[in-house]
Design a protein around this ligand. Structure first.
Ligand SMILES: Cc1cc2nc3c(=O)[nH]c(=O)nc-3n(C[C@H](O)[C@H](O)[C@H](O)COP(=O)(O)OP(=O)(O)OC[C@H]3O[C@@H](n4cnc5c(N)ncnc54)[C@H](O)[C@@H]3O)c2cc1C
Length: 319
């Protein structure tokens, strides 16, 4: 059985078991969340031994070259010596402010205590002092002084309820990342963009759309924010003030009416965007909706590698 050495401990990993599960089984604490290769919280770096390619799927080439891998996806065949991901990817940060945007969404602003490079729309792993880790998308621009996150309160949720009920400005946390490829890349400034987010799936889109505008995007930009009820919509005024974009709020609850679309998001997309060849799409939020919308955009002609998505997969295990 391959042995994995980490922080001075060496543990045996059973055949087919991931490095993460092997370490946790031996009570070695490793930050983690989704255990599905999505959130990036369990990023480690291989120092000795062969890291299987599967454990590096989706990571940037530069990260692969430096030996980074996802412990939850790493089923080693040989002995490995691993360490925490490089210091450049984890920084201490301080909560600066918290502003309630709706009955269940909080805008959390954080100041990093060391340089932290990211692209608006990417996500970070937010680590509480006790090691609890959850992923949140970045809504701020990298020209802004603070990192902005939008956190939805989840029933019995450890991190979200801590942020709503206990955390205070001045509290120390850590940020790890950034992760994900859901961000604006310049180069095709006239390409039409379609951004669709459900719930706090608006957070990355709020970053991406302002980044695109700041970088001189000149093609049409459509941003759709889907919510269950009108009370769940947020940042409406800020988005309406971005005159260069076509912003649509959409509410699923059909008994409500107002200055928003009412009905399912996929109907709205089908009504307004039949042909999407040549467009670029960004889809974020509820995993089932993200999956279904990605498919719809593809069937409407959008190239798969022009569809950038982040599904907010819930964490499977608590630290
Ligand atoms: C790439 C990525 C980006 C994300 N970005 C954001 C973001 O910008 N804003 C944001 O608010 N969240 C975001 N999330 C989700 C976030 O990481 C947490 O899962 C969420 O905040 C709940 O954490 P918690 O500790 O409060 O709840 P937990 O303690 O993890 O969960 C408590 C209970 O609620 C269930 N649960 C957790 N999440 C959900 C959910 N979404 N729907 C239904 N049940 C759930 C759990 O299964 C569990 O039973 C993102 C997730 C990923 C993977």
């Amino acid at each position: 059985m391959p042995a994995v050495s980490y922080k001075g401990r060496t543990v045996e990993v059973q055949p087919g078991e991931s490095v993460l599960d092997g370490l946790l089984r031996h009570d070695v604490a490793v930050p983690h969340a989704c255990k599905a290769g999505s959130c990036g919280s369990c990023l480690l770096r291989g120092v000795e031994g062969a890291v299987p390619a599967q454990a590096q799927l989706g990571l940037k080439d530069s990260w692969k070259a430096r030996g980074y891998f996802l412990a939850c996806q790493c089923r080693p065949e040989t002995d490995l010596v691993v360490e925490v991901a490089g210091s450049g990817t984890r920084v201490a940060a301080e909560i600066v402010s918290m502003q309630q945007l709706t009955h269940n969404v909080m805008r959390v602003r954080l100041a990093c205590l060391a340089p932290f490079e990211f692209r608006p729309g990417q996500y970070v792993s937010l680590l509480r002092e006790d090691g609890l880790a959850r992923s949140y998308s970045i809504a701020s621009l990298n020209t802004e002084a603070e990192i902005e996150l939008h956190v939805r309160r989840v029933r019995d949720g450890l991190m979200s309820n801590w942020l709503f009920d206990a955390a205070l400005p001045g509290d120390r946390v850590h940020l790890q990342g950034p992760f994900g490829e859901c961000f604006y890349t310049p180069g095709r400034e006239q390409q039409p963009l379609l951004l669709i987010g459900t719930g706090t799936g608006l957070a990355p889109l709020y970053g991406i759309v302002r980044d695109a505008l700041q970088r001189g995007h000149s093609g049409p930009i459509h941003l759709i924010h889907g919510a269950l009820r009108s009370a769940d919509l947020y940042l409406r005024q800020e988005l309406q003030e971005l005159v260069a974009i076509n912003y649509t709020a959409s509410v699923l609850e059909t008994s409500e009416s107002g200055d928003y679309y009412t009905g399912p998001l996929d109907l709205l997309i089908a009504e307004r965007f039949q042909k999407l060849a040549g467009w670029r799409g960004f889809v974020c939020g509820d995993p089932a909706i993200v999956q279904s919308l990605r498919r719809k955009l593809f069937l409407a002609g959008m190239a798969m590698n022009d569809i950038l998505a982040d599904a907010f997969v819930p964490a499977a295990n608590m630290v």
